[in-house]
Design a protein around this ligand. Sequence first.
Ligand code: ACO
Length: 225
Amino acid sequence: MEYKLIGPEHYKQVLEHLRKSFFADEPLNKAAGLCQNGCSNPELEDHCLEALQDRMSLMAVDEKASQDGKCKIAGVVLNGILRAGDTSKALEKLEETCDADFRKIFELLHRHNLKYNLFEHFDVDAMFDVRILSVDSGYRGQGIANELVRQSVAVAKKNGFRLLKADATGIFSQKIFRSHGFEVFAEQPYDKYTDADGKIILPVEAPHIKLQLLYKRICNEGKDR
Ligand code: ACO
């Protein structure tokens, strides 16, 4: 397996991979019924492209299965830069979306993040945000997600970040982040995230029971972000 930074020439294939893997399988997307396997979702694709444009995302490529100049993507991690104020703006922007399922998912994520001011708490003005972790179903259980997170920490360090964060939505991604030294800052049980009538907004399937906001501090002396 070859691990490399994702460039603009790969965006189309990365989105194709995500439609088949992350869009349908990620626990919140699944609970909301956001996409069927292979289908696109314009809002989620914009969210992914925004992270890709920060040029710190990585992909795992199976060279043996790549053909005719088309690489076979086994997994990706999309990493973006998060600055103070970005999450409030994203929450405001959600008002404009017509996709109620997308809104449900991102309201949970943004509101949970806004409860805790990591910028102030850790005295940083930007952080390395591990936004999307996705492995093709045919390649799962081989340590690819583990390696993508390990290499992301190295990319964060190289780019001068002192803080990484991730919103891990399922039990397996939570385990992966913790095994790379991420710590839990806050969590939201899904069965306690309810509407005014007490109805669970996102009925996430077991074994996934909570959202975790995780962080990792890295020593980057002399760096200011
Ligand atoms: N059952 C049991 N254990 C599992 C499973 C599973 N289904 N999946 C992963 N694990 C464990 C592994 O045993 C391993 O533990 P170890 O380090 O103690 O050996 C650890 O998790 C890492 O396993 P990997 O093989 O590196 O994980 P994989 O490459 O299979 O990818 C992922 C895991 C990314 C969660 C994949 O299942 C996936 O793409 N799921 C759909 C999308 C998703 O949920 N992404 C995460 C959302 S949160 C976010 O994106 C920030």
